[in-house]
Design a protein around this ligand. Structure first.
Ligand code: NAP
Length: 253
């Protein structure tokens, strides 16, 4: 059973990217958690909740639309947030591949349009969510803003090369989160800002790259989401600006 007792009150949580593998598992765990009062689930694609989820949990959920490639859509989404202050924001969106984007195997395939899409989606978009949702964040006691990053964004840990755009976008995200943590300390002293590495998780994003992954190291989305919520519960203000893996270990820059 997931616990988020460190916040000291029942939480109003926001998940951006509820249609994703990890995002949808986070929403399910949050709905089932007794410490959670409401969950606002933003997604680009229509998102429908598992029909087996009990009615009392479903009543906590509000589903809304967002397109992170448009700042106007993010502004519109922020205007739809309830007046109730938000305690926890999780940005669980991201792109590694699509019909237009393929992770680069070598410098020869680096290309400006797809680089820009990946940077906008993985680095800029979570920060625009931070920019427009911050005024709704609870200033009383612990509050958390996290975005899903990736260990491949670590410069010191880069031994394999490749994936230029994705690696650069996650390294940039980590820097942006650190910068935001420094600034927000002045106005929101109890807000913890962090990046989270979910492990290698069996989702659409990782699907084409799972061949060499040890099955024991390939997490299911509910497994990873449970680990991430445990990390969130253990975060405190000393951790703000850092990047942490699913097992709470720090991811070095
Ligand atoms: N899976 C892994 O092994 C792994 C490892 C390390 C880090 N991560 C990180 O974890 C995060 C979540 O990944 P995942 O594995 O859950 O991937 P996923 O299942 O592919 O989910 C990606 C999510 O991003 C959303 N998204 C993409 N473009 C969007 C846009 N313009 N506006 C709004 N939403 C948009 C998708 O929405 P649609 O449903 O509309 O496409 C989907 O909800 C990513 O940041 C990823 O880099 C994953």
């Amino acid at each position: 059973m997931i616990s988020l007792q460190s916040f000291g009150r029942n939480l109003n949580a926001v998940v951006v990217g509820a249609s994703g593998g990890i995002g949808s598992a986070l929403v399910c765990h949050l709905l089932a958690c007794h410490d959670v009062n409401s969950v606002t689930a933003f997604s680009r694609s229509e998102y429908s909740i598992d029909e087996e989820i009990p009615a009392e949990e479903r009543r906590k959920l509000r589903c809304l639309n967002i397109d992170l490639m448009s700042e106007g859509s993010i502004i519109g989404a922020s205007a739809l947030l309830e007046e109730t202050p938000i305690d926890l924001i999780i940005v669980a969106t991201g792109i590694l591949h699509s019909t237009e984007v393929q992770p680069e195997k070598s410098l020869r395939t680096l290309e400006s349009d797809s680089f820009s899409v990946v940077m906008q989606m993985n680095a800029l978009a979570p920060m625009l969510v931070a920019k427009h949702f911050l005024p709704r964040v609870n200033k009383q006691g612990k509050s958390v803003f996290v975005a899903l990053s990736a260990r491949v964004g670590s410069i010191s840990d880069n031994r394999l090369g490749g994936w230029y755009s994705y690696r650069a976008s996650k390294a940039a995200l980590n820097m942006l989160l650190k910068t935001f943590s420094v600034e927000s300390r002045r106005t929101h002293p109890h807000l913890i800002v962090a990046g989270l590495h979910p492990g290698t998780v069996n989702t659409r994003l990782s699907q084409p790259f799972q061949r060499n992954v040890d099955p024991e190291k390939l997490f299911s989305p509910p497994q990873s989401a449970g680990y991430l919520l445990n990390v969130i519960d253990l975060l405190d203000t000393k951790n703000s600006g850092g990047v942490f893996a699913w097992d709470r270990g720090p991811v070095e820059a």
